[in-house]
Write a protein that binds this ligand. Structure first.
Ligand code: ATP
Ligand code: MG
Length: 311
């Protein structure tokens, strides 16, 4: 089976509790008005939204043989993402995040790396990956086994086989930053990052300098995500600052991961840089109106209709 997109990297379950304005005393019980579970993780959300747009995607890697793993596989499968190449590890736990949200909307995260932390390049089925149109790594900051030279070799081999290679950054709690992506960068066709994270990874402040920095390693297209200010998309021929859609923002978590799916969907289908960026921006604008990153996109047609209404 040929996939248009294969993703590897962060896949997790986000358990969201709110409002939590104070913690109960140790040993006590506190009732919660809201407790929800959502699909999280850059690789999982990007694969899911790509499928919701009508593309053929697969997540590869591994999850624990536990309830969180069952939940993730269930959500992916429901969206049409292929999970046949996700291994279930009996001796490890699936990654999950507990998100505590105050009544003011401030979030505190308790994250367990789990299987995302132990996945290594040698576990990537290269024969399968070489048949894909695009191969995407989501989450260098939370997939320590995939950083460094090994991932560079994976991308190099895939690019030589004609696969479009791409990456989306995430926050690096260890403070390592650039060395995490250094091995992969020279072999990436598409680099996607939020401005906030990109400043740490590149050491540069200005969006224009950050985009040039990524392109100087050979990336054909760069998507720099600017939250409520939209995004910048740039390649050798064009550069566009796309304004964010004016919408009622409910939850921005995962909007970046979702918008990557929009950009990749456009590029894989031969859309130009501008229209691919517009689709990404529309996916982001729709996603922030819902909880979680993977629950807003209903179809390509609806997303295009929203996109064409303008920002
Ligand atoms: N407040 C907002 N209003 C409208 N659109 C938004 C808003 N915030 C984000 N978006 C859209 O979603 C896209 C991606 O969001 P953002 O810049 O937050 O990515 P990110 O930092 O990678 O997010 P995350 O990693 O939490 O998924 C933006 O480029 C924009 O198109
Ligand atoms: Mg992001």
């Amino acid at each position: 089976m040929q996939f248009e997109l294969i993703t590897v990297g962060c896949a997790c379950a986000d358990v969201i509790a709110r409002p939590v304005d104070q913690y109960p005393e140790p040993g006590h019980l506190q009732l919660l008005p809201e407790l929800e579970i959502h699909l999280g993780g850059l690789a999982a959300v990007t694969a899911t939204v790509f499928a919701q747009l009508g593309g053929k995607s697969a997540l590869i890697g591994k999850l624990g043989a536990d309830g969180f793993g069952d939940y993730i596989v269930g959500v992916l499968g429901h969206a049409g993402v292929d999970t046949a190449h996700v291994r279930r590890e009996k001796s490890e736990h699936t990654s999950a995040t507990i998100v505590l949200v105050t009544s003011q909307g401030e979030r505190t995260f308790l994250h367990h790396l789990g299987t995302n932390g132990t996945t290594v390049p040698g576990e990537i089925d290269m024969a399968l990956a070489k048949q894909a149109k695009a191969f995407h790594w989501g989450g260098p900051g939370v997939t320590p086994g995939l950083t460094g030279e090994g991932m560079g070799k994976v991308f190099q081999e895939l690019r030589e086989a004609g696969v479009m290679t791409s990456m989306d950054t995430c926050f690096d709690g260890s403070g390592t930053w650039f060395p995490l992506i250094e091995g992969a960068l020279p072999h990436l066709d598409v680099v996607m990052s939020s401005l906030h994270e990109a400043r740490y990874y590149t050491g540069k402040q200005e969006p224009r300098d950050i985009v040039r920095f990524f392109r100087s390693f050979g990336a054909r297209s760069v998507m720099l995500k600017l939250g409520g200010d939209g995004m910048i998309v740039e390649d050798a021929e064009e550069s566009h600052h796309l304004k964010a859609h004016k919408v009622n923002v409910v939850d921005t978590t995962g909007a970046g991961d979702a918008s990557c799916a929009g950009f990749l969907y456009g590029l894989v289908n031969g859309w130009g840089l501008h229209r691919s960026g517009q689709l990404a921006n529309a996916v982001g604008g729709l996603t922030v109106q819902h909880m979680g990153g993977a629950e807003a996109i209903t179809s390509l047609e609806d997303t295009i209709a929203f996109m064409e209404r303008g920002a």
